[in-house]
Design a protein around this ligand. Sequence first.
Ligand code: FE2
Length: 187
Amino acid sequence: MPGSFVSPRIAELVGAVGGVMPDSDEDSVDVGAAEVCRVAGILEGFLRYPDLLTGGQMEADLRAYRQHALYTAPAGGFSVVALVRLPGQRTPIHDHVSWCVVGTYIGAEEETRYRLDSAYGQTTPVLAPLDIATIPAGTVTYLVPPGDIHHVRNATSGKVISIHVYGADISVLGTSIRRRYDLPVRP
Ligand SMILES: [Fe+2]
């Protein structure tokens, strides 16, 4: 990604991810849950390193959670970002344009997953919460669309930082979010 600093540790991480994932749609690798799970295992192994991010890449924003772009593969096949959340900061309810692997680096994330329920309430779709999970530092989770509607928040009293690997070119898209779901949530 132009202008961003790639730490030696992030370079090591993306080298390992590149051994599993294609760098472009033209590469002849079928990406499925098995490959995404392998990337999750790789990322999990890097979460223990204190030199994964620079000080600047761990900086927050008082106004909203902050994304630091860390790396995009040359042909845009996958990207790595760090997300920094202060207490109370959260994403909208959303889904993603691609597979996504998330590892908590510092603190603990809280993720709520939803199912879109078109039948409930007849005309207006609603969101039905499926589960709420706490993802503590050093652990990973992953999503493979479709059916990946969720939101994430910092439910702790300290800063939370997570590392995300997406199967998309974030340097072009700016975000991996496909759609926001501003819909009623069924209690
Ligand atoms: Fe997400």
